[in-house]
Design a protein around this ligand. Structure first.
Ligand SMILES: [Zn+2]
Length: 260
């Protein structure tokens, strides 16, 4: 599932390709019965407008303007935003298509239908209503240590809980804990302030590096877990073996030797 850095990469694409162009139409794609998309009236609100700015909070992308309305996109498991130019055809699994003036188009692709697109008035109100915690790249060290020091669940599950902190999912919680040498099943409240501060710093470094790499995992360092995230693979840090376990309903990958 796309997490903070994948969504940030998509936001940057939107910012580069789709700003300051008048929207002429917003159309539904095919096979859209089981996906949440804006209805006729909501789509009509976007027509005649331009996106003049973008934002991101956790795994949510926003495009809109000072006076609104805004479009918010959640990519779900497999969604993506694909800008292209007519007369090229939209990609397969396009669920929503925005026609800008001229040839520019923006497709929301979503093969597994778990994403959504909504039209909203204001991103800050929306973030508050949805109950998302602070974005993982915005939360400061002290706030992080305080929030996680109180939680008795497994650290991996705690990192993925969007109401506590938004943006981290399965991949980047595993990577962060791998680089800190912490077992994903360790109870957050048992780690202590120094370890939690280290997790905060490593998490930021990981997220920023993935954004810099444009979420192209092959460009990330060879000794990262993501490059060998497979049961039985050799740990490039200590020679241990990568193993897996269910934590917080997801499959965690970690090294059985250096992650205590
Ligand atoms: Zn190891």
């Amino acid at each position: 599932m796309p997490e903070l850095p994948e969504n940030e990469t998509q936001r940057l694409t939107l910012e580069r390709e789709c700003l300051n162009r008048t929207i002429e139409a917003v159309e539904l794609g095919e096979n859209v019965s089981y996906i949440e998309l804006p209805g006729d009236n909501e789509r009509a609100r976007l027509v005649g407008r331009q996106f003049t700015e973008t934002r991101r909070h956790g795994k949510n992308i926003f495009a809109g303007s000072k006076t609104g309305p805004w479009m918010t996109v959640h990519l779900g498991m497999t969604g993506s935003l694909v800008p292209f130019d007519a007369p090229d055809d939209p990609p397969d699994h396009t669920k929503l298509l925005i026609r800008f003036e001229g040839d520019r188009r923006l497709a929301f692709r979503c093969p597994r239908k778990l994403g959504h697109v909504r039209v909203i008035d204001d991103p800050d109100d929306y973030i508050a209503q949805q109950g998302f915690g602070p974005d993982a790249l915005d939360i400061g060290k002290d706030a992080f240590v305080q929030a996680f020091g109180k939680t008795r669940s497994a650290i991996k599950a705690a990192l993925m809980k969007q109401e506590r902190m938004a943006g981290i999912g399965n991949l980047w919680s595993d990577e962060t804990l791998f680089q800190c040498g912490i077992n994903p099943q360790a109870r957050a409240s048992d780690l202590g302030d120094a370890k939690l501060a280290e997790i905060h710093g490593t998490m930021r470094d990981v997220l920023k590096a993935v954004v810099r790499a444009g979420a192209q995992y092959g460009e990330l360092p060879e000794d990262w877990l993501i490059r060998h995230r497979k049961k039985g693979a050799e740990c490039r840090r200590c020679g241990g073996e990568i193993t897996s376990a269910k934590v917080g309903g997801r499959t965690a990958y970690f090294c059985d030797k250096h992650q205590k």
